[in-house]
Design a protein around this ligand. Sequence first.
Ligand SMILES: NC(=O)c1ccc[n+]([C@@H]2O[C@H](COP(=O)([O-])OP(=O)(O)OC[C@H]3O[C@@H](n4cnc5c(N)ncnc54)[C@H](OP(=O)(O)O)[C@@H]3O)[C@@H](O)[C@H]2O)c1
Length: 343
Amino acid sequence: MPTGRHIQRRTVLGGAVAAGAVAAAGAGGAAGGRPAAAADRPETRGHGGREVALITGTSSGFGHLTALTLARGGLRVFASMRDTRGANAAAARRLRGAVAKQDLDVHVVDIDVRDDDSVDRGVDRVLRRAGRIDVLVNNAGVFYPAILETQTVEDVRAVFETNVFGHLRVNRAVLPAMRARGEGLVVQTTTSLGRFVFPFMGAYVGTKWAMEAMAEASRYELRRLGVDVVIVEPGAYNTDFVDPNGVRYYDRYLRGLDRGNARRRAAYGDLARRAEEHLVEEPGLPDPQEVADAIAGLVRTPSAERPVRLPVAGAADFLGEVHTVHAEFQRTVMESAGYGDLL
Ligand SMILES: NC(=O)c1ccc[n+]([C@@H]2O[C@H](COP(=O)([O-])OP(=O)(O)OC[C@H]3O[C@@H](n4cnc5c(N)ncnc54)[C@H](OP(=O)(O)O)[C@@H]3O)[C@@H](O)[C@H]2O)c1
């Protein structure tokens, strides 16, 4: 990373403003498209009717905003969240209220990405009602910061279960319908931390690196079948992600430390509290609507021009450099391994 440029910790918790992000996107592979204004209508693709989007984790944050933004852009949106009759009943009401006021085509669907049946039932419901899914936005995610050695395997597994296997589950449910139609766009929400590492959030960063690798592999595998996979790498934004959700985890972690893990934690001395620095929201972070607008821009961008990676805010300039080097290296490796035709 070039010296003389300072990256704030929370600024990159997730990845320059959306405009800078799109400029950097070209470095990730194909040229970046220019995200148009959120209110623009999406391109029509010759199959008639509204394009259909399914989004995971729409109870708050980027997911909620993306649901409204894509719908304002003319898509029919299935906004999924878990436990719509329980913990997320208020969130579902809030979204339905916003939709009713703006007369948008948004339907709330119950999907818990950790549960095979819930995912299969939810996706099946969307396909029965809408007949197709053109755009899938894998957005649901959790943030469990702590010194890695002091986290239980169950805690680390829980982050992977949502952030990695959750997306895999939803992709497996949605891709057959996209492949059958020979078109589709899958957006994988990672973070700029999918390309570098901070301590005290190893489990989270591990999931995002895994997602980046799996998404890039899927992109090569699916390209010829007409399905695009694009990785969106947001920077830090004040959503519910860190506070209350991350903070809630950390409280649980502290209360649940057994004697063995408490001893492990004590062995780190002063370092033991450094994870808490990741739980403090920085003032002046950008508007999370930028991420929703960037995703809407991807939907409107012609397939051949969509980037592999789209950094949004935070460290987009640094990431652009990383993506350029990675893209060159990746091309060389793929071509020399006989996979040049899949690029
Ligand atoms: N905010 C940032 O600074 C930042 C930066 C980079 C990347 N990101 C990424 O952006 C994505 C969205 O985060 P956000 O910032 O919008 O945070 P958020 O407001 O906390 O949203 C996360 C969403 O994921 C949902 N979710 C968690 N577990 C789920 C499950 N098992 N099934 C279905 N939904 C589940 C949450 O629902 P519940 O309410 O039910 O928990 C919530 O709606 C995440 O993937 C995150 O890694 C965030």
